[in-house]
Design a protein around this ligand. Structure first.
Ligand code: MRU
Length: 377
């Protein structure tokens, strides 16, 4: 996607600069677009942990490139396994991280040490390219939902989509997941307007989704996290589309904290609630998302402070909670599949059920088991 006319991906390799890995520092958005140069596995681990990159598909891709950077320093099996463990420990909820590292290790364990660096870059590039392709497909498969909503509106105004967090191109390698159908609709000339939840505490909606929608020319309005239910009660939301960090094989979806409340409000108001995800976000080993998906607990300081642009133009962090009041910061929640109208994947749309997912991905679902399971999916 483009920033001020220049096409970007959220991660890329600079072959002319020692094969370093480049990312957009998302902690600096929307105030400035700063490109970071990663040259070592610890740079990649730091970028993921500190949320310079974030979003489930993107952290998978950056972890894959991080492993390639690590192999440049030491291509031994011992170092490779150690680097993979370092990267895997950076963030716990998005399964794409583990998926990308598993895929890298499957190739690299069967590659001679002398060939590992080349093979690692090639595999990481493939992961990145596939992510971009899958997300574009999600856009095409989600487009009919917006076309149908436009037809139902009968020209009485834009299709109003509500989204939570950032599941746009910045959260993936390109296109985004939840935002891909919106970009496709906008590009097809459909009048679409996005309600952007600000998404406290890290404000991925206000800082990132609003930024990329603005750069693409998509009409949007940022709302406080608590406004969605009210908007739905008053008929101002035609559909909700969110991304996901991990979807169980039964269709439960973990996404940014607050997503579950939007699903409850959508259910109560008869508003369709869709989850967009590439297959790399499906965890085929678990059934019960509330019980089995690990939820990241992040620093209290993300709740007790806010960062923004001060009136003098400087970027400042201020405290918004009384000194001495403790804070809790669960970063994700799980929306049970019964509250999800449908899943939008690169292979099409399906119900958020075991049967729906297995039918779309027959080669993936039935083959994965947890230790002690029979294998029936
Ligand atoms: O903590 P973050 O910013 O990594 O969380 C990101 C989200 O929850 C996104 O909605 C999710 O990864 C979907 S990304 C296409």
């Amino acid at each position: 996607m483009k920033i001020d006319g220049t096409p970007y991906r959220s991660v890329w390799v600079d072959e002319h600069d020692q094969w370093s890995v480049r990312i957009i520092d998302q902690t600096k958005l929307p105030w400035s677009v700063e490109i970071l140069r990663l040259t070592a596995v610890r740079d990649a681990a730091h970028a993921i942990r500190s949320m310079q990159v974030r979003g489930a598909p993107l952290i998978g891709a950056v972890a894959a490139y991080g492993l390639a950077l690590g192999l440049r320093a030491d291509a031994s099996t011992e170092a490779m396994e150690r680097d993979a463990a370092l990267l895997a420990a950076t963030r716990p909820t998005a399964v794409n991280l583990r998926w990308a590292l598993d895929r890298m290790l499957t190739v690299l364990r069967n590659t001679r040490q002398a060939d590992r660096v080349r093979a690692a870059y090639a595999q990481a590039q493939q992961i990145a390219d596939e992510d971009a392709e899958r997300n574009e497909q999600i856009g095409l498969h989600g487009l009919p939902l917006i076309e149908q909503a436009a037809a139902a509106r009968q020209g009485s105004g834009p299709v109003r989509v509500l989204t939570h967090c950032n599941a746009g191109w910045l959260a993936t390698v390109d296109w985004g997941t939840a935002m891909a159908p919106i970009y496709k609709a906008h590009d097809a000339g459909i009048d679409v307007h996005v309600w952007v939840d600000e998404t406290r505490p890290r404000n991925q909606g206000a800082a990132l989704t609003a930024f990329e929608l603005g750069k693409h020319g998509v009409a949007h309005t940022v709302v406080s996290d608590n406004a969605g239910g009210h908007l739905m009660q008053h008929g101002q939301v035609d559909l909700v589309i969110v991304g996901a960090d991990r979807v169980t094989r039964t269709g439960d979806a973990a996404n940014k904290i607050g997503t579950y409340l939007k699903a409850l409000a959508a259910h109560d108001n008869g508003v369709p609630f869709h989850v967009a995800l590439p297959s790399s976000t499906i965890d085929w080993t678990i059934d019960d998302g509330v019980r089995d998906i690990p939820i990241e607990e992040r620093a209290q300081s993300e709740v007790t402070t806010m960062t923004g642009r001060a009136m003098d133009g400087s970027v400042a962090t201020i405290r918004v909670v009384p000194t001495g009041s403790p804070a809790a910061n669960p970063a994700f929640d799980v929306t049970p599949h019964r509250l999800i109208t449908g899943l939008i994947t690169e292979r099409g749309r399906t119900q958020a059920t075991r049967e729906g997912l297995a039918a779309l991905f027959p080669e993936l679902g039935p083959t994965r088991t947890r230790p002690g399971e029979s294998g029936a999916a």
